[in-house]
Ligand binder design. Sequence first.
Ligand SMILES: [Zn+2]
Ligand SMILES: [Zn+2]
Length: 303
Amino acid sequence: MLALAMCATCLAPAPAWALSLIAPIPGPVVRRFSAPVPDWQSGHRGVDILGQVGEVVSAAAGGTITYAGKLAGRGVVTVTHGELRTTYEPVSAEVRVGDKVAAGQAIGTLESGHACPGGTCLHWGLKRGDTYLDPLSMLADLSVRLLPESAVGIADSKAAARAAALDSGHGIPGLFTFPANGEVGSGFGMRFHPIFKEWRMHEGVDIGASCGSPIRVAAPGVVERVSFDESGGHRLLVSHGTVGGHKLETMYLHAQGYLVHAGQKLVRGQVVGKVGDTGWATGCHLHFSVKVDGRHVDPEGFL
Ligand SMILES: [Zn+2]
Ligand SMILES: [Zn+2]
């Protein structure tokens, strides 16, 4: 009985128009909702979620695109879900008005323009009629909602920790996801080269993936170059923007080929090519390397 009484508020029936939302990007909430009272006063009519420019923004629930374009110079997307609308900005839209989207479906990519502690933010709003609501109040993922009030401090210190890690030549674990199905065979560092039979620097890791298996980009980014040379075979260079002022890139070598072209925006995990053995390779594998400010570093610090 006591438990029931304590939980009285959670047993209140949800209104018919309520929705279960998912966060449009995974980053922490660094600025919370504050209702404008009265309406014309400035509040913060949404929440700011820390992200990276170029990161994919997805629909918080299934619905129909009712706005996709520029408002006051900023890209804005609105998704209508029955009585509720969610808005996303600044976002470069990859959908059009009238498109139906499912929860979690990509609607565009994050643009710069909404500065916040730690970098760039997505401003995410929720409205019912003319009333602004707190999107976090309908979030299904409690881990996001339960961020402590000091979220701003956390985001600041997280960003500072990332910058400091790169400043001191360390990696950022989890920044990149594994680009192929397989184990790391040959690691980063000096090794006895299997073809040249001499000690050479190995500027990446070799992942023992099978011929023709998918190569997936390790983080959101933009294709810088697709090329071929005698040593690396079919190679791909992807830019992931900057973290703490440091330029980050990933490289993929020896592929059978790539499905992407220079300038193309990529979603994390997107299949970009097939594992092969082109160039100086003794068999099919993916050579994956990470560059910070143009210098090769150990990818295992980032996986
Ligand atoms: Zn905002
Ligand atoms: Zn290699």
